[in-house]
Design a protein around this ligand. Structure first.
Ligand SMILES: NC(=O)c1ccc[n+]([C@@H]2O[C@H](COP(=O)([O-])OP(=O)(O)OC[C@H]3O[C@@H](n4cnc5c(N)ncnc54)[C@H](O)[C@@H]3O)[C@@H](O)[C@H]2O)c1
Ligand SMILES: O=C(O)[C@H](O)COP(=O)(O)O
Length: 534
């Protein structure tokens, strides 16, 4: 039960972005008071938000820590759409605010926009339209290309990428995809060839991007990557601004190396003065990917139903920062799910390449519980690095769709610990396993990492080091952290055997930079280093 359910006050919802009127109708029908107030400045929203329990948005409202600090009654933010990069989710979680999205409601529409832009580029339709209506009749100025038989390179083959692939195959294109998370089986199912990024850049006649914006995908089409593309390539981005180096794209259009580019999204939005404006064969739309009647009705209905369900009944669907739970199960399962998600996230951050098999062992007390939320939490942890929209609700579905085999193993006999979760992933290098338990207070603890016993909390920013077990190492790493102004919170050690392989897990106050990771790699006796975040 939410706090609101216990009171007689109706939940109040603010819709702060332009949204299909069905959203307001559903809120009212489900017992919420709703205000639609769009186009306000951040300061106006800060002044207003304290009155509301729910905030329904699209991409125009940016939910900052300032807004969340002022949102003293806020319980839920609902994004009528997919991307949640305009919401500070960690900060919202810290404030206990659930963030929900509608992960599939506008996928078809956005995929269709990508196909429309591919066709518009191939035949220079916007340019021809402008000059024809200006009275020029420029028939000899435009010579297009066919898409039939051409190679389409997808960067990101999740929901939208897969729909683009199916449409492109219908247009008789050959489709290749770079997506580290795409399994070979899923690629065969979709009818596409899984390739490396370099292979895609070298072979694609058209490139279209469909990844979230993450540290790994930011500038994925960098100046260097653009230089590796096939001369005459045409590029479409309906995913997120920031995936392409816009200045480098402009140069490539001006040199003619890139024959055309179509962007729906920009590094800075609203894009009113972008360097690409006016570049040769450049066309764009103002973030219209999701703008069809059908998609807007879908996402408006879905977000209002999800938010009202939470505000009125306490039901949780498509939350990005909270497990999906009934009110009765919640108190017992919550600490297990926190442990499960941390273990999944740890193994997901440490294991390389595809993870075709994941097994989750529940031992002792854990074996008596409903395994579904625990498994879902593990999967959400493992897959969060690949997609911003993964949550406990959609993680099992996404794992299935991508052909990942998930096994649950229960063993009610207690081992060393009264309760234990172990997560094992199959990688190209062999099986990798991590395990954790709950201490008496319900506090999650890591107790084993890749066969080495250790005891650590998984929280915030951490550094994982595998090193030779030899005197002097702890001093060297302590000095390195000190020299770089990094404050160590906890220091956790484990080793396979005396003088053999040792493991060190440090928790630190701030994110560790790649430079510090490089320096740690250079220390005597170090075998591997990885910065982690939870
Ligand atoms: N223009 C618009 O109006 C509009 C509308 C809807 C969605 N979007 C955006 O489209 C994007 C894709 O949405 P989706 O629903 O298909 O998401 P999704 O999570 O289903 O798919 C994303 C895919 O990207 C892959 N990926 C992650 N990191 C990668 C990397 N480093 N290299 C290559 N691939 C990587 C993932 O494995 C996943 O398959 C999101 O950024 C979303 O915000 C834009
Ligand atoms: O991530 C999304 O769903 C799209 O970017 C749509 O954004 P919009 O709702 O602002 O059109």
């Amino acid at each position: 039960m939410t706090d609101i359910q216990k009171t007689t006050q109706k939940p109040r919802v603010l819709i702060s972005d332009k949204m299909d009127p069905n959203a307001a109708r559903i809120f009212e029908e489900r017992g919420c008071d709703v205000d639609v107030i769009t186009g306000e400045s951040p300061e106006e929203l800060v002044a207003r938000i304290g009155d509301y329990h729910g905030l329904a948005i699209r991409s125009s409202t940016t939910v900052t820590p300032e807004i969340l600090d002022a949102a003293t009654n806020l319980k839920v933010i609902g994004r009528a759409g997919i991307g949640v990069d305009n919401v500070d989710i960690p900060y919202a979680s810290g404030k206990g605010v659930v963030v929900m999205n509608t992960p599939f409601g506008n996928s078809i529409t956005t995929a269709e926009h990508a196909i429309a832009l591919i066709m518009a580029l191939a035949r220079q339709i916007p340019q021809a339209n402008t000059r024809t209506q200006a009275g020029e009749w420029p028939k000899s100025a435009f010579m297009g290309v066919e898409v039939t038989g051409k190679t389409l390179g997808l960067i990101g083959a999740g929901n939208i990428g897969s729909i683009v692939a199916s449409r492109a195959l219908g247009l008789k294109m050959k489709v290749i995809a770079f997506d580290p998370f795409l399994t070979k089986d899923r690629a065969v199912e979709v009818g596409i060839e899984k390739v490396t990024l370099d292979d895609l850049l070298a072979r694609a006649d058209f490139i279209t991007l469909h990844t979230p914006l993450t540290d790994e995908t930011r500038n994925i089409l960098s100046r260097e990557a653009l230089a590796k593309t096939k001369p005459g390539v045409r590029i479409v981005n309906c995913a997120r601004g920031g995936l392409i180096d816009e200045a480098a794209l402009k140069d490539a259009l001006e040199s003619g190396h890139v024959a055309g580019a179509a962007l729906d999204v920009f590094a800075q939005e609203p894009a009113k003065d972008n360097p690409l404006f006016g570049a040769p064969n450049f066309i764009c739309t103002p973030h219209l990917g999701a703008s069809t009647n059908e998609a807007q009705v879908n996402v408006a209905l879905q977000v209002a139903e999800q938010m009202a369900d939470y505000l009125v009944n306490g039901g949780v669907t498509n939350a990005l920062n909270m497990p999906s739970l009934s009110a009765e199960e919640a108190p017992k399962l919550k600490p297990y799910m926190a442990l499960a998600e941390s273990l999944g996230s740890l193994v997901g951050q440490l294991a390389h390449g595809n993870l075709p098999k994941i097994s989750i062992e529940m031992e002792g007390g854990a074996a008596e519980l409903n395994a579904k939320p625990i498994t879902a939490a593990v999967l959400a942890g493992v897959m969060r690095r690949y997609s911003e929209t993964v949550n406990m609700v959609n993680a099992p579905y996404l794992a299935k769709e991508r052909g990942i085999e998930v096994r649950e193993i229960r063993n009610s006999r207690e081992g060393t610990y009264h309760t234990l979760l172990r997560v094992t992933v199959e990688t190209e290098q062999g099986n990798r396993s991590v395990a954790g338990t709950l201490f008496g207070s319900g506090a999650p603890r890591l107790v084993e990492i890749f066969g080495v016993g250790i005891e650590a909390e998984l929280d915030g920013h951490m550094l994982y080091i595998v090193n030779d077990d030899a005197p002097g190492f702890i001093g060297r790493i302590g000095t390195l952290m000190g020299e770089n102004g990094i404050n160590i919170g906890t220091f956790n050690l484990g080793r396979r055997e005396a003088g053999g392989e040792a493991v060190l897990l440090l928790s630190v106050d701030d994110a560790i930079t790649p430079e510090v990771v490089d320096k740690a790699c250079g220390l005597e006796g170090v075998r591997m280093v990885k910065a982690l975040s939870f």
